[in-house]
Write a protein that binds this ligand. Structure first.
Ligand code: AMP
Length: 174
């Protein structure tokens, strides 16, 4: 059987200088567009974190795809961590620096019981700012961070140093 990592290596597309000069953009859409590849990623993340989480949180936008599928596969609730200005009601916000530019992420409060263990999901771990901001939102909302699951880690950028102490699993590291 083809492993999740093998699927990613064979299907991933890489675009130099997108969306800015100097960025090698890793496009997972061809991976997600292959049913066997997508399923293998969800199964690998579900197995890695089995029994350690009560909910998943997907980071807009590609993290939503992973969170919806893994939430269903693991029969747990799904949280949407959204870009700034899109959520109604009482929201928590974190501003942070990206590999390119700055960003703001938000989370609605009161969606889960206090102390829920939340697994954070996204497509790419680059500088770690995005997952670190999300981990902070999860903590501030009264939950604990069960772990971080991503498909690709760009290890040169050392994103892991931003989330030290949080169990982190990546399907493929470059
Ligand atoms: P960071 O906060 O630097 O870890 O950036 C992670 C976020 O930016 C993820 O949500 C990715 O979707 C996106 N991202 C950053 N760098 C890249 C890259 N080289 N290729 C694709 N997506 C990236």
């Amino acid at each position: 059987m083809t492993s999740a990592a093998e699927h990613v290596h064979s299907l991933l597309a890489s675009y130099p200088d997108f969306p800015h000069e100097g960025i090698l953009f890793r496009d997972l859409n061809p991976v997600f567009a292959n049913a066997a590849a997508f399923t293998s990623i969800i199964d690998a993340l579900a197995a890695e974190f089995a029994g350690t989480f009560d909910a998943v949180a997907g980071i807009e936008a590609r993290g939503f795809l992973l969170a919806g599928a893994l939430g269903y596969a693991s029969d747990v609730p799904v949280l949407a961590v959204r870009k700034g200005g899109k959520l109604p009601g009482t929201v928590l916000a974190e501003e942070y620096a990206l590999e390119y530019g700055t960003a703001r992420l938000e989370l609605e409060v009161g969606q889960l019981p206090e102390g829920s263990r939340v697994l954070i999901l996204d497509d790419v771990l680059a500088t770690g700012g995005t997952v670190a901001a999300t981990a902070s939102l999860i903590s501030r909302a009264g939950y604990s961070v069960a772990g971080v699951g991503v498909v690709i880690e760009l290890s040169d950028l050392d994103g892991r140093s931003r989330i030290e102490g949080i169990p982190t699993h990546t399907i493929v590291s470059f």
